[in-house]
Ligand binder design. Structure first.
Ligand code: NAD
Ligand code: DAU
Length: 355
């Protein structure tokens, strides 16, 4: 278990959706005995309220530092101050639609930010155990009706987001080949679960459907994604960090291909079952087909045989149970939803951290 050596794990982007789930998972559910230093800039997608319980439960073992990974001097100072010996790198601009409207931040954070972290780790490589880079299946481009993305599939990113992630993957790999930095990379499919910002399909549709708002579906709704419950992703990352071979890439997926329209209909039906709407009839009536996303990838599907065969990982959650859990989470966490929707979490961030 490689991570047992690690005393000070820097998690970047730990206030985002997957990063905050990962910190919950590591501290609550694994035998990791070191400290976590969460470095997050707190963009619109970063919400420290996701980790309020963690701050209370693990004083000393959980540290939060507001910082931009693009700021080399600050990252270096944090690295030295906390004697960081491993990094799990989530921080990124993550939303495809935003990358189409305004790509700049994607280039800075996803490429320059990753480069800064790599350079810092390289400069202190004597004590350094692992740089784990979190990436996406979108780097492989789009599939036709058949076939799966394998680790050997050539990169063909189609959006500014996926192109910036592809670039960062190449940098991480190059630092292993050229400088011998101990790295692992994981490329994962679409995640869903608690704390996901309601700009992404599942939380957006869930919250709109709860409020009787329109449910926007891009194009004909027949685009396919391969869905994975976020805690399964966290477990896969932890497995790779502990037992993955240095310099290797591992695909992570849910074996759960779904058309967008089917997911939206499932969300409507589950919500109707929990609470039938008093006016307007079944929530499926809210479905509205809207203009397609430019360059919209048709289908993603992951072959995770390597991770399964070599490291014995498989997803635990079925889509039906994971989706129900997720919908319940949004229903039971009204305060979180209200504070995110109203922007109050941002005012709180300003009060706490300034800027
Ligand atoms: P997210 O948008 O919810 O969170 C990103 C976090 O990074 C936020 O907390 C944000 O404040 C922080 N951040 C952004 N720019 C920063 C900067 N310059 N410096 C420091 N912190 C910064 O994203 P997510 O959905 O949790 O995705 C996390 C990672 O996983 C990303 O690298 C993404 O590419 C990858 N990924 C996501 C999915 C998915 O379905 N969401 C699937 C596969 C891979
Ligand atoms: O595949 C992994 C990727 O999954 C991650 O790398 C990204 O960070 C993450 O955002 C996600 O990207 P997608 O573009 O697949 O996710 P999104 O939730 O934005 O969209 C999922 C599908 O739903 C996609 O085909 C577009 C469609 N969609 C999305 C939204 C927000 C709609 O039809 N309507 C919508 O309103």
């Amino acid at each position: 278990m490689e991570m047992q050596k690690v005393q000070n794990l820097m998690v970047t982007g730990g206030c985002g959706f997957i990063g905050s789930n990962f910190i919950h998972y590591i501290l609550d559910k694994t035998d990791f005995g070191g400290r976590i230093i969460n470095v997050d800039k707190l963009t619109y997608a970063g919400n420290p309220e996701n980790l309020i319980e963690i701050e209370k439960m693990y004083p000393g073992r959980y540290i939060f530092e507001r910082a931009d990974i693009c700021d080399f001097d600050v990252i270096r100072e944090l690295f030295l101050r906390y004697e960081v010996d491993a990094i799990c790198h989530f921080a990124a601009e993550s939303h495809v639609d935003r990358s189409i409207k305004k790509p700049g931040a994607f280039i800075y954070t996803n490429i320059i930010g990753t480069y800064n972290l790599l350079e810092t780790a390289r400069a202190h490589s004597e004590q350094f155990v692992l740089f784990h880079h979190i990436s996406t299946d979108e780097v492989y481009g789009s599939l036709g009706k058949r076939g799966l993305f394998k680790e050997t599939t050539p990169y063909r990113p189609n959006s500014p987001y996926s192109a910036s992630k592809a670039s960062s993957d190449h940098l991480v790999r190059a630092y292993y080949k050229t400088f011998g930095l101990p790295v692992t990379i994981s490329n994962c499919s679409n995640n869903y679960g608690p704390y996901q910002f309601p700009e992404k399909l599942i939380p957006l549709i869930t919250l709109n459907a709860m409020e009787g708002k329109e449910l926007p579906i891009y194009g004909d709704g027949k685009n396919v994604r391969d869905w994975l419950y976020v805690e399964d992703h966290c477990e896969a990352i932890w497995t790779i960090m502990n037992s993955g071979k240095r310099g290797q890439t591992y695909n992570i997926g849910g074996n759960m291909e779904m058309e967008n329209i089917v997911i939206v209909q499932m969300i409507c039906d589950i919500l109707d079952e929990i609470c039938f709407p008093d006016k307007g009839g079944p929530r499926r009536n809210l479905i509205t087909f809207v203009k397609d996303r430019p360059g919209h990838d048709k289908r993603y599907a992951i072959d995770f045989t390597k991770l399964h065969k070599q490291l014995n990982w498989s997803p635990m959650e079925s889509f039906e149970t994971g989706l129900r859990k997720t919908i319940r989470w949004y229903i039971n966490n009204k305060k979180w939803v209200e504070r995110v929707n109203s922007g109050e979490y941002q005012s709180w961030i300003k009060e706490q951290y300034g800027g």
